[in-house]
Design a binder for this molecule. Structure first.
Ligand code: URA
Length: 198
C-alpha cells in the first residue's frame, strides 16, 4: 500500500477533473486539501474563495490571512495540519466581469463529500476542526449550532472526533472592531482547544 502522501496525490489528481456537480463549470480549478499527509489535526473550511480558485491552494486569500494569524497565536503550524474545504470548487456566479462568490448548497456539499471522506480516511487525523457551519454540517451529518457546540469535542459522522468553530471570513465581515477582536480571540481559543484535544 503506497504511503498516505502518495495516495492523497492520486486522489487530488482524480478530484482535479471532478464534474460531479455543476460548480466546476465556472471555477478555474479544483482546490484540494494540502499539508501534512498524516496530520493529527485536520481543518475544514467551506469552499475556496476567489483567490484560492485562481491560486489552486486553500486559504490563501483574506480569510486565509486571518486563519494564519489565529493559528500562529494558537501555536499551530500550517505545514503540520491538513487544511481543506468541504467543497473543492469555488462557487462563482459571475455578474458581468465580476466574480461573485455564493455559498454552496446542500447538494453541492453532499456530492463533494466523496473527496472529504477520502482525505479523512487517508490522513487519519486525531481531530477534525470544522471552520464554520457548512463544514460542521458536512462533517457531523446533522444541523450544528456553532454557539452551542464550539470549543468542545463532538462526535462526527463515521465516529471521528471533531470540534467546530467560526469561519475566519465571518470575523472579517464584522464592522465593529471590538466584536472583531473578540471573535478573533474566540477563534484562537478554539484552535488551542483543538490542539489540546488532538
Ligand atoms: N474560505 C474557505 O472556506 N476556504 C478557503 O479556502 C478560503 C476561504
Amino acid at each position: 500500500m503506497p504511503a498516505a502522501a502518495t495516495q492523497l496525490k492520486a486522489v487530488a489528481k482524480e478530484a482535479a477533473s471532478c464534474t460531479r456537480c455543476p460548480l466546476y463549470r465556472n471555477a478555474t480549478q479544483t482546490v484540494f486539501g494540502e499539508g501534512a499527509a498524516r496530520a493529527t489535526i485536520m481543518l475544514v473550511g467551506e469552499q475556496p474563495g476567489d483567490q484560492e480558485d485562481l491560486a489552486g491552494h486553500p486559504f490563501v486569500g483574506p480569510a486565509g490571512k486571518v486563519l494564519d494569524r489565529a493559528m500562529a497565536e494558537a501555536g499551530l503550524d500550517r505545514k503540520k495540519v491538513w487544511l481543506t474545504n468541504a467543497v473543492k470548487h469555488f462557487k462563482n456566479e459571475p455578474r458581468g466581469k465580476k466574480r461573485l462568490h455564493k455559498r454552496p448548497n446542500r447538494y453541492e456539499v453532499e456530492v463533494c463529500r466523496v473527496w472529504l471522506r477520502q482525505e479523512i480516511s487517508l490522513v487519519k487525523p486525531q481531530l477534525i476542526l470544522a471552520l464554520g457551519v457548512t463544514a460542521a454540517i458536512a462533517l457531523a451529518g446533522r444541523p450544528v449550532v456553532l454557539s452551542r457546540e464550539r470549543g468542545r469535542v463532538i462526535e462526527l459522522e463515521d465516529g471521528q472526533r471533531g470540534m467546530v468553530t467560526t469561519h475566519p471570513s465571518s470575523i472579517l465581515r464584522m464592522p465593529d472592531p471590538k466584536a472583531r477582536h473578540a471573535a478573533f480571540a474566540a477563534l484562537v481559543k478554539d484552535l488551542k482547544a483543538a490542539v489540546k484535544a488532538a
